[in-house]
Design a protein around this ligand. Structure first.
Ligand SMILES: Nc1ncnc2c1ncn2[C@@H]1O[C@H](COP(=O)(O)OP(=O)(O)O)[C@@H](O)[C@H]1O
Ligand SMILES: [Mg+2]
Length: 257
């Protein structure tokens, strides 16, 4: 069990009776990169928002089934029976569009999760978390002389790396990335892809992408979704070379999506 970090059991999600994620059973492997692929509207974002209880923040949203988080200690947390704030600390999220808090400095942005959760840090602790998190996203050297400037002055790619640093600062078990490079240019995208590959030693990564090339380059496992269902899941090389389902093959070859 210890190589599984998150497991869903018959996970079903809806908006106002409209079911968009259907009966998904999926196990995410610890310290690996799992890509969730599929055409636009197939339920990728909704699925990962169920993992850390963000789906329920949408109006008329409903979740059925289970999400289990398996800690390093093998303790199993039933995500829907504990405090959602605890879940969101353990399972961080990075969105499509970089969204540093506009009123906060670079420094404050990195520790924003602590500030917003009312967790007090000593100055020395905060300094250490900021430096360590910015180093993990290769942003430290670029910003160390202007930590008190607003995060919104940074380039799009730097802002997205700042958002990843903000997620890492909470020392999560898992980071969910929802099409994190779709708003970025190819150079900034390549930098983020490189970074994600380095991060998997310290954190489990789940990345939603409709970019087949990106999934092939960086992921260890692929889950292919279609019309709210998990069609196929397995090691990336197997899915890419020998998909078992016609829909997966059609998506990989660009016939759908
Ligand atoms: N807040 C919402 N309210 C109602 N329907 C939504 C909402 N968000 C997404 N949907 C619908 O749910 C389905 C799945 O959407 P989504 O999870 O965003 O798919 P994907 O990320 O794969 O593009 C789509 O039909 C979409 O229109
Ligand atoms: Mg989406």
């Amino acid at each position: 069990m210890s190589d599984i970090v998150l497991k869903t059991e018959n996970l079903t999600a809806s908006y106002d009776e409209h079911i968009v994620v259907k009966n998904v059973n999926l196990s995410i492997i610890r310290n690996k990169i799992t890509a969730i692929m599929g055409p636009s509207g197939c339920g990728k974002t909704t699925l990962i928002r169920c993992f850390n209880r963000m789906h329920e923040l949408s109006p008329k949203a409903k979740v059925e089934g289970k999400v289990l988080l398996i800690e390093n200690s093998n303790e199993i947390i039933d995500v829907y029976s504990v405090d959602p704030m605890l879940v969101r600390r353990k399972i961080g999220m990075v969105f499509q569009k970089p969204n540093p808090f506009p009123t906060m400095s670079i420094y404050e942005n990195v520790i924003a999760g602590y500030i917003l959760n009312g967790i007090k840090l000593k100055k020395s602790e905060a300094d250490e978390i900021v430096e360590e998190s910015l180093k993990k996203v290769s942003l430290w050297d670029e910003v160390k002389d202007r930590l008190r400037k607003k995060g919104t002055f940074l380039s799009g790619g730097q802002q997205q790396r700042l958002c990843i640093a903000r997620a890492l600062a909470m020392k999560p078990d898992i980071i969910l990335l929802d099409e994190p490079t779709s708003a970025l240019d190819p150079v900034a995208t390549a930098k983020i892809e490189e970074l994600i590959e380095q991060l998997k030693d310290t954190v489990t990564i789940v990345i939603v992408t409709h970019n087949v090339g990106q999934a092939g380059r960086i992921s260890d496992y692929v889950a292919f979704m279609y019309l709210g269902e998990l069609v196929e899941y397995g090691p990336t090389d197997v899915i890419f070379t020998r998909p078992s389902h016609e829909k997966t093959e059609e998506f990989l070859t660009g016939k759908i999506g």
